[in-house]
Design a protein around this ligand. Structure first.
Ligand SMILES: [Zn+2]
Ligand SMILES: [Zn+2]
Length: 129
């Protein structure tokens, strides 16, 4: 993938979380990846005690941009639910090339969902079968 961050115009850099490769904007923290990588990213977050460090910490500075175009093919991205397992997260997705943009506020909310899910797994483990 190439080109500027569609959220803030800076240039995303290659990054990785365990074996998952993606691009991350150094300024606004947006993450660019495909659907498969997103699922792996979520799985790795749940499987590992060390969390991804790139989540935005405050919801505040994350004003929404209603129209976001795909960085890859310039189509309008849709904002829709993505439901791995029983979690429900929201992502920006290109219907044409299946690229996914985790906009800062998407990341913020994803982090919250992941923390909640981790807590649930932990509690399930404690209470046993
Ligand atoms: Zn950016
Ligand atoms: Zn696209």
């Amino acid at each position: 993938m190439d080109g500027q961050c569609v959220v803030c115009g800076d240039r995303p850099v290659r990054s990785r979380f365990f074996n998952i490769r993606f691009e991350k904007c150094p300024i606004c923290s947006s993450i660019y990846l495909d659907e498969e990588s997103l699922v792996e990213f979520i799985q790795a977050s749940l499987d590992n005690p060390g969390s991804f460090r790139g989540f935005p910490e405050h919801e505040g500075a994350l004003e929404g941009v209603s129209t976001i175009r795909c960085r890859e093919c310039n189509q309008m991205m849709v904002h829709e639910n993505f439901t791995p397992g029983r979690m429900e997260i929201c992502v920006h997705r290109c219907l044409d090339c299946r690229q996914i943009l985790l906009y800062p506020v998407d990341l913020f909310l994803l982090n919250r969902v992941l923390q909640k899910e981790k807590m649930r797994i932990f509690q399930d483990a404690l209470s046993g079968p």
